[in-house]
Design a protein around this ligand. Sequence first.
Ligand code: ADP
Length: 266
Amino acid sequence: ITGRVWSFRDVTERVHAQRTQERLLAEAHEAIRVRDDFLSIAAHELKTPLTPLRLHLELLKRALAAREPIAPERVDKAMAQVDRLSALVNDLVDATSVEAGRLKLQRKPVSLLEVANEACSEFRGLSAEHAFMCELPQEDLLVMGDRGRLSQVLANLLENAVKYSPLGGTVRVSLSHVDGNAVLSVADGGIGISREEQAHLFGRFFRASNAPVSGFGGLGLGLYICRDIIERHGGHIWVDSELGRGSTFHVSLPVLTATAQWEARP
Ligand code: ADP
């Protein structure tokens, strides 16, 4: 042996590029899986109300043809399925707007006392199987916001409280003034959410693993839309929950000061 040749090549960059490529590929696979899961859930959810809807319409048609009296409950049942379909379609439309950052808000001073009172009476009328306790203050709390969208958030939280708690359960709605913020809370004694899953609750298409226990379907879009609405109002939404013991969802919004109320007058 008269000599040796040593050759070194720095492959750090190549290894790094390969790892990045592998990561991107894994992310693309995950995105495709989430999209496929979502499409199959959405298709199933949209299809479910169609069978009973068609059945009720068919029976109505027969009753009309036979000149039989039409039971109002039959029409109500058909309408309930139409409402379910529209709620799903509205969520899909809203989620697309959230994603594109173009959910429209029409801001005016809004009385949260009125929003909470209206939601409580509406839900008392809708669900006789739950008790609704509304602990509302004497003093009104005004915020600058979109009344329809804020009512939508409260309705979503109340609907979830009903869906994810047993019949006969109590749902509590409260409103309070904490450090310049209005805090609206909806509490139930239902199935609760595990600590690990709470972190994903406001994400798109997320449904907790115990959600099917409730027997209610869903797209996992409601809380995602709620979070966008509340954050665009400069507020926060969060949950305190214990698996099997119940959940309390809180929404906090900056209270409109007297000066701002004066400036916002029509
Ligand atoms: P959906 O109810 O249509 O699935 P949401 O976005 O409103 O969608 O809720 C996402 C998930 O959060 C639900 O699927 C459920 O797992 C969980 N969740 C929401 N509210 C409650 C609640 N009050 N109690 C227990 N779980 C809840």
